[in-house]
Design a protein around this ligand. Sequence first.
Ligand code: KG4
Ligand code: ZN
Length: 358
Amino acid sequence: MGPVLGIETSCDETSAAVVDGAGIRGLAIASQDAHAAFGGVVPELAARAHIRALDAMVSHALSRAGLESDALEGVGVTAGPGLVGALLVGVNWAKAFAFGRGLPLLGVHHMEGHLFATSLEDRDAVPPFVSLLVSGGHTLLLEARAWGDYRLLGQTRDDAAGEAFDKVARRLGLGYPGGPEIERAAASGTPGARPLPRPMLSGSDGPGDAAWFDMSFSGLKTAVALAAAELEAGDGLHDAVADLAAEFQEAVVDVLAEKTARAVDLTGVRRVVLGGGVARNSRLRERLAERLGAGCRLFAPSPRLATDNAAMIAAVARHRLAGGERSGWDLNADPTLPFPGLDSSAAPALATAEGGSG
Ligand code: KG4
Ligand code: ZN
C-alpha cells in the first residue's frame, strides 16, 4: 500500500502526516498554547483552533513529503477517544477529503496510535511485546500478541499518569502541560526528602489479583496536595517544590516500572514498548531500563512521536487499510471508542477490576 494521510485532532495538538512503507514522509504538528493560561485543555477553544489549523497542517505534511494529494492511497483519522468537539473536526475533514478523492477511509483509536508510534522509528518495535501506554487520558498495560490482537493486563483505576503530572504541577504552581514542568523542577530536587506513597505496589498477592497490575494515581495526587497545604501553613511551599516534584515523579515512575516488570514476568515476553506523552519522561525510561534489566529490550518513541501526532494515526490506518478494513461514510467521532482487539477477559486478574479507563 502506498502513502496514507493521517489526521489527529483528539485533544490539543492539530496534526497531519504522510506515512508510507519507508516510514514518515511528512509530519506537521501545531500545539495549541492557548490552554496554558487556563491550566488545562478548554474543549471549545481546542475545537476552534483545530478548524483554523488543519488545512495548513495537511499542506505542510504533503509538502514535506514532496507529494501531491493525488499520490495518497488512503486516509486515517482519530475517531476516539478524546474531546468530542475536537474529534469531530478531524473526522469531518477526513471524511470530506477521502470522499472527494475516492480514497478509502479508516477511523483510528487514538491509543492504538500510541502503540504503533515507536514502530515508525524502529522496525523491531513490533509485536510480540508488552506495552506501557501512559498519556494524559489513559494508563494501560497490555500485551500485544500481534497488531490488532491485544490482551489488557492492567490499567489505572482513577487518574491517568499524565493527568496526575498535570494536576500536581498545577497544585505546585508550575505550568501546563505539567509533565515537562515537573521533570524540570525535579531535576533540582531530592527524591525521598518528602516521602510520598507508592500506590498499589504492596498488599496484593500476585498475578491472580487485579491489584497486581492495576494502578492508581489519585491518592498520590492528594498526598502531594496535603503536603503542599501543610507547607503553605508553615514555612511556605516555594522552597519545597523541587523536592516534592522529584519525589512525586519518583513515586509514579516506581509504580509504572514495577507494574511493567510484573507484566514481563507474567507473559515471558522480554520486549517492552513505551507510548504516550509520559514516555517523554527521562526518569521513567531510565528506571524502566534499570528495573527490566539487560535481558529485556526497551523501545521508547522519540519525543515528537511520544506526544500526540498524526504519523502514528497514519501508521495504524495504513496497516488496517492494507488488511482490507474500511470505515463507512457514516464514521462518527466517539469519545468512548473501545480499544480495537483488546481482550480484557483473558487476564484472570481483571475479572475483579473496577472499570475506570482514565
Ligand atoms: O499522549 P499525549 O500527548 O496526549 C494524550 O493522549 O493525553 O500525553 C500528554 C501527557 C500530558 O499529561 C503531559 O503532562 C504528559 O503527557 N507529559 C509528560 C512529559 N511530557 C509530556 N509527563 C511526564 N514527563 C514528561 N516529560
Ligand atoms: Zn495521546
